[in-house]
Design a protein around this ligand. Structure first.
Ligand SMILES: [Zn+2]
Length: 505
């Protein structure tokens, strides 16, 4: 495609998005909106005023027959005001200008972390799909791109000094014989360079989106071990697989916590990640970490003895604390999946356990539905909620006719209505509400192969997520029927913008 044609297509896409026949149909709904009647023909740009007293990321928009004024708190607030305008403007060919309904809006986000998780490790999507996703997020005021870059299946970030890392990613050919992630096309390499990351981060920043990178350890670490088996408890178990199917047995593999070289390897990776990504928060994984190998490893047992730990159950807390403190020295906060808050009795109750020694700057990403997030928040840790019951968009969305596969088939479905019922504050003590910084949807890609099924699974459920996190309509009085009406309008717009938004039944 020539550059000129690409530019024309981009203009067409934006025009389709902005061609709105109705007045004031907005997702996420503004906190306060009063339609005053009449229209404004926009012959000049809005008057911009930065003023004190408006909440962070907030804005006030006043559209009258004689002009438009935007008052805003910060650059993000100004950006979101313009995004609201973008949603409401209608192109008028005869008048050769945009036409807006007259209204008064006061708007600000309820939660500051409004995230989309993107798994590039199970299937690799590449720069252009990442950018498409960022662009779509920006339309709905979603502002954190949680980039899952490494896992058992592959390592998708080039790290200087460790060239082997990006060579052993497999193509996740499943037991059912599904097609590999590349569909047999030669579209590699399946990893990102520093320049790719810089380009993506700049693209995100222009849309007020923070890119939070995730490096997974001590579990979900197999690809690193294939590249460097010496970081495993038992290197002889690691088979350099190349691009081969993954088998169940290898999921016991884990970083050797007792090997100082393995610890130093992760430190060096994080040094580089901190340099490359401007985000103040770095995700250190921590979920589903197996302990079998640690139990039979002389190095891990020696560490347990030296540090006076109760046993293998305290090894992960030890690793977590080490890296939380390591990142803190570099001025970064660590966030991890909620297992990092499990105590030695495998409970979130805690209070006196080793886990309670985690610095209070540690953040939790809470995916397990029963109590994990609420417990951490009640104990004073900031959390981001992404429970499997409402936010796992790799679960079936209850469309009878659906061309794409889902993680659990039709089990544990998350319909659009269920996604709209998401309440990040559920179970949290009112005194700890401020510790809930937001939520995100998880888009694991073991059954998602390309941008078509990625978009199908993300939208329209992403509309629901955006409205819950921005507007936070009262959970007891949520108007799902009204939401569906707006969502249907938005689906039409997305389809017009060549986004593969799923049907709304
Ligand atoms: Zn070990």
């Amino acid at each position: 495609m020539t550059r000129r044609v690409a530019c024309m297509l981009a203009v067409v896409a934006i025009a389709a998005m902005a061609d709105v026949p109705k007045t004031a149909t907005i997702i996420p709904a503004p906190q306060e909106m009063r339609v005053t009647g009449g229209e404004y023909w926009a012959m000049k740009p809005p008057k911009m005023e930065k003023v004190a007293g408006i909440p962070p990321e907030g804005y006030e928009l006043s559209i009258r027959p004689d002009g438009m004024t935007i008052r805003y708190s910060d650059d993000a607030g100004a950006y979101y005001a313009k995004m609201t305008l973008f949603h409401m403007g209608r192109s008028d060919a005869q008048k050769k200008c945009k036409v807006y309904p007259c209204l008064e809006i006061k708007d600000w986000p309820k939660f500051k972390w409004r995230g989309v998780h993107f798994d590039d490790a199970r299937h690799f999507f590449g720069k252009e799909v990442v950018k498409r996703t960022l662009e779509q997020m920006s339309w709905f005021k979603l502002n954190v791109f949680h980039w899952h870059l490494t896992d058992d299946q592959s390592w998708t970030l080039e790290i200087p000094g460790y060239p082997e890392l990006v060579k052993y990613g497999d193509e996740w050919i499943t037991r059912k014989g599904q097609k590999p992630r590349s569909f047999g096309e030669k579209v590699g390499p399946f990893y990102y360079t520093a320049n790719d990351v810089k380009e993506i981060v700049a693209y995100a920043q222009a849309r007020h989106i923070k890119v939070v990178p995730e490096i997974e350890f001590p579990g979900h670490f197999l690809c690193a071990l294939c590249a460097y088996p010496e970081f495993a408890c038992h290197p002889e178990n690691i088979i350099k697989r190349g691009r081969q199917p993954i088998s169940q047995g290898v999921l016991n593999e884990v970083m050797c916590a007792g090997n100082p070289d393995a610890i130093q390897f992760v430190e060096k990776v994080l040094d580089y990640v901190c340099e490359l990504f401007p985000s103040d928060v770095i995700h250190i994984g921590g979920d589903e970490s197996p302990r079998t190998r640690w139990a039979n490893c002389p190095k891990c047992q020696a560490l347990i003895k030296r540090e006076g730990l109760k046993g293998v159950e305290e090894l992960q807390p030890w690793v977590t604390r080490h890296f939380v403190e390591y990142l803190a020295k570099k001025g970064k906060r660590a966030i991890g999946w909620d297992e990092i808050f499990l105590d030695s009795a495998n409970s979130y109750a805690a209070g006196t356990s080793f886990t309670s020694m985690l610095p209070k700057t540690t953040m939790g990403m809470c995916w397990r539905p029963r109590g994990a997030g609420a417990s951490a928040a009640n104990r004073g840790y900031e959390i981001v909620c992404c429970p499997t019951t409402h936010c796992y968009f790799d679960h079936w969305q209850c469309l009878e006719e659906d061309p794409y596969p889902y993680l659990l088939g039709k089990r544990e479905p998350i319909s659009l209505e269920r996604a709209y019922q998401f309440d990040p504050l559920a179970g949290v003590d009112p005194a700890a509400y401020a510790k809930v910084v937001g939520g995100e949807c998880c888009n694991w890609t073991s059954h998602t192969w390309n941008r078509y099924d990625m978009e199908w699974k993300l939208w329209p459920r992403g509309f629901a997520l955006a409205e819950v996190l921005w507007t936070y309509p009262d959970p007891a009085k949520r108007d799902f029927a009204g939401f569906v009406e707006r969502a249907s309008e938005y689906r039409r717009r997305l389809i017009g913008s060549h986004v593969n938004c799923a049907r709304i039944k």
